[in-house]
Write a protein that binds this ligand. Structure first.
Ligand code: SF4
Length: 179
């Protein structure tokens, strides 16, 4: 019988959540027995090869390309998971949400202390920056949220195994506390 497929992506994130997926260490071999990885930076598959059981989303939506990729994942994944604080609430990139976009661009590309001969990028090939950074659930339906920055590797492992085996996840307090 064909194994279920998992896909992952990083939108406006730092890849720390993907590092946490790899932090399941040797259990990655068990995971490889349970699932096939589809589109993901982990295996560098660029396009979906079919429908996936689970999609893990790192990062929120800061530009139009993030929105497009997120919708692409929603279309191809039965279960979509927001992985980490950036996906769940925008995280660090969302610190710009209280500042008008024009001001952010001026500070980053014209007036910042390290800028020399600055100019605001304006190339049609660049994805359009959104007015603010949106958490994933404000763009598409998200089925589950795994909090943390990054989420604990054991939390990711326990949650994935539970989902793939159709059981309720048993998540002890130690896995979801953040002090
Ligand atoms: S939640 Fe933390 S680790 Fe994950 S992408 Fe955001 S900043 Fe990086």
């Amino acid at each position: 019988m064909a194994k279920p497929k998992i896909a992952t992506t990083s939108l406006a994130g730092c890849f720390g959540c993907h590092m946490s997926v790899l932090d399941i260490d040797e259990r990655i071999l068990k995971l490889a027995e349970l699932v096939d990885f589809d589109k993901s930076p982990i295996n560098d598959i660029k396009r979906f090869t079919g429908q996936c059981e689970v999609g893990l989303i790192e990062g929120g939506c800061a530009n139009a390309e993030n929105v497009e990729v997120l919708r692409y994942f929603r279309d191809h994944c039965k279960i979509l998971i927001s992985l980490g604080e950036c996906a769940i609430m925008g995280g660090l990139p969302a610190m710009r949400n209280g500042i008008p976009l024009k001001e952010c661009l001026q500070e980053a590309f014209l007036n910042g202390p390290s800028v020399v001969d600055g100019m605001i990028p304006n190339d049609p090939d660049l994805p359009l920056i959104l007015d603010k950074v949106y958490p994933c659930h404000e763009v598409v339906k998200i089925d589950y949220f795994l909090p943390g920055c990054p989420p604990n590797a054991d939390l990711i492992w326990e949650s994935l195994v539970a989902l793939l085996s159709g059981k309720e996840a048993d998540l002890p307090y130690e896995l979801i506390k953040y002090d």
